[in-house]
Design a protein around this ligand. Structure first.
Ligand SMILES: [Zn+2]
Ligand SMILES: [Zn+2]
Length: 382
């Protein structure tokens, strides 16, 4: 009879994964949190390990790209040695020497434009806001992320989502490490180990000021007084970047979503089947060509923008740029991916069906001609 708890207690995820990848301590929560390149799929900071994490506090690890659900030390050995549960226990108890080939590490992403954000300050903001989110007073924010956005705690931690609170009703933000951070849910965009942006999603029920007329509102969305769209905020130095870019390398197909929460939810449901990324809106104010190296090997590139005018126009724009793009309409006649999930759609099945539907590229993947408009496109066309 195997006592899995004892096996887990005797093996530390940090020691185990530490043989396969170099891990750096990044936070003090749950007995410390460490990050580094994924031993299975590479990258730079996508792999995270918590020696005291997991439901039983006996260790947790996850990879934002190849294993967003994560697991314990046993799951780690199962994945590493491609073996079953019993074999993994056996290897752990008998200390079978690890005998696996070194993993290939994908080339680091080309980064033609460096982020402008002060990295030390951005990391301080991320750490403080993560601590804030997991504190007692932020329970309603965690509930919102779980029930309204469908995100698992592991996924929230993996993408380092946080919350900037101020403690006072009429204070709409605060300064952390010299950066003014509006009150709300912090969504860091970390690519290749660098923080490109700290986006702030306003939290329903928490007062904020309309960006245009300064009226105090509590419902993110259109301002009833001036019509301004209030949903997202940001910090100084933010640079538009492809959120989820690191889920793309090695994937044949990908889904481009309109917003970050849709991206996180779909990645959680189907991240092992497709890459999932977002430019942060249907009509992004960024140079799509900068991100072409991520997008070029992908075919088909499904465009799952919102079912509204902005979404349709944005999708049409991308379809005009590359023949590898395919429109993918969200299920249940919902407005967006999160709404269809709320309506009961099986998002994973939706992706499987899209992949099976013969949405095959006219040209083989990877064989891109120089005439592909997404490469030939001048900067700032979208
Ligand atoms: Zn991985
Ligand atoms: Zn207004």
């Amino acid at each position: 009879m195997i006592d899995t708890q004892t096996v887990k207690r005797e093996h530390d995820i940090l020691t185990l994964a530490g043989r396969d990848t170099e891990l750096k301590r990044v936070a003090g929560t749950a007995g410390g949190e460490y990050q580094g390149a994924c031993p299975f799929c590479g990258g730079r900071d996508r792999f995270r390990a918590q020696p005291g994490g997991g439901r039983d506090g006996l260790g947790f690890w996850a990879c934002r790209v190849c294993e967003p659900k994560g697991g314990d030390v046993i799951a780690y050995v199962m994945k590493r040695d491609n073996c079953n549960f019993t074999e993994a226990i056996d290897r752990l108890t008998h200390h079978t020497p690890t005998n696996h080939a070194p993993r290939r590490t994908p080339a680091p992403p080309s980064r033609p434009n460096a982020p402008e954000l002060n990295q030390a300050a951005a990391l301080r903001v991320i750490e403080e806001c993560e601590a804030d989110l997991w504190s007692e007073r932020c329970a309603p924010v965690r509930d919102y992320l779980r029930t309204e956005r469908g995100l698992w705690d592991e996924v929230i931690r993996l993408w380092r989502i946080g919350y900037c609170s101020t403690g006072r009703r009429d204070e709409y933000g605060r300064t952390i490490a010299g950066l003014y951070v509006p009150r709300g849910i912090i969504i860091p965009n970390i690519i290749g180990g660098a923080v490109w942006a700290l986006k702030v999603r306003l939290m329903p029920g928490v007062p904020f000021q309309c960006a245009k007329c300064k009226a105090v509102l509590t419902t993110p969305g259109r301002c009833p007084h001036c019509g301004e769209n209030n949903k997202m905020r940001g910090v100084k130095g933010n640079r538009a970047a492809l959120f989820g870019a690191e889920t793309l390398p090695g994937m044949r197909a990908a889904v481009l979503c309109e917003g970050e929460f849709d991206m996180l939810l779909l990645n959680q449901c189907a991240g092992d089947l497709v890459g999932v990324a977002t430019f942060g809106s249907a009509r992004p104010n960024l140079d799509v060509a900068t991100w072409a190296s991520y997008l070029l090997p992908i075919a088909p590139l499904f465009i799952a923008y919102d079912s509204d005018d902005t979404g349709e126009r944005g999708a049409d724009g991308l379809m005009g740029l590359t023949q590898r793009a395919r429109r993918l309409v969200v299920p249940m006649k919902a407005k967006d991916i999160t709404d269809s999930w709320k309506a009961g759609a099986d998002l994973r099945q939706w992706v499987v069906e899209a992949l099976n539907r013969g949405h095959l590229p006219q040209r083989p993947a990877f064989a891109t001609t120089p005439a592909d408009p997404i490469t030939a496109m001048p900067p700032q066309t979208l």
